[in-house]
Design a protein around this ligand. Structure first.
Ligand code: ZN
Ligand code: ZN
Length: 217
């Protein structure tokens, strides 16, 4: 077997050679509820002022080389074998988290038009192996995305609540108290936040979010 990044020969159980594993852009110190870099693993000033709807925001990598290359290959070049690699990398870090694991995983849905064009949802491709490794259920059609998101910041409070309700719709009641949303990258976090707010308004007590990488400006 060969390393997927540099083609060096490696034992068949891994995807990456030692050298490539060591240069992955780890997001080691980050805010617990928005995953932005922070000196310590506590909660950042912004999240203290405006509490995040997430119990935990887990993003083990920065959206930087070579993780960005892997994620783009999953999304745009149908390299789904990379999804297995990225899920495995996420799993290695998740088992080290000092927190309760969720009762189920919910991949963040794509709008149907995008799903139709791409043929698959990269969030499902990441969540499926994670759910298998962790032995927890995957609810891949719990929610549907009814339209593309309007940035929340441009809306007044009332309109924001309407916007959330219109962006996602739950197809079934969620019987779990603690769930984790799964996606490939978090940039502004608006989309995941909206789904988290919806789930919490439907009675889910704790919503975590797990993304492979955190991007920021
Ligand atoms: Zn390598
Ligand atoms: Zn924060």
């Amino acid at each position: 077997m060969h390393c997927v990044l540099c083609e060096a020969r490696i034992p068949s159980i891994s995807f990456l050679c030692q050298a490539c594993s060591e240069v992955l852009p780890a997001n080691t110190n980050a805010c617990r509820t928005c995953a932005l870099p922070l000196q310590t693993n506590t909660i950042c000033g912004t999240c203290l002022q405006h509490p995040s709807p997430f119990g935990l925001c887990f993003a083990p990598y920065h959206y930087a080389f070579p993780v960005d290359v892997l994620i783009k290959a999953i999304k745009f070049s149908q390299r789904l074998v990379y999804a297995e690699l990225v899920a495995r990398l996420m799993h290695q870090q998740i088992v080290r988290l000092q927190t309760d694991l969720p009762e189920c995983l919910i991949p963040i849905p794509l709008h149907w038009k995008r799903l139709f064009n791409r043929g698959y949802n990269q969030a499902v491709e990441l969540a499926r192996p994670l759910a298998e490794c962790l032995g927890i259920p995957l609810l891949h059609d719990a929610a549907i995305r009814t339209r593309k998101t309007i940035p929340q910041a441009s809306l007044a409070a009332k309109a924001r609540r309407r916007n959330v309700r219109r962006t996602f719709r739950l197809k079934q009641p969620i019987r779990y108290q603690h769930v984790a949303l799964v996606d490939d990258v978090m940039t502004t976090g608006h989309t995941a936040r909206e789904l988290a707010v919806l789930l919490r308004s439907e009675g889910v007590e704790r919503v975590d979010v797990w993304v492979a990488a955190r991007a920021y400006r």
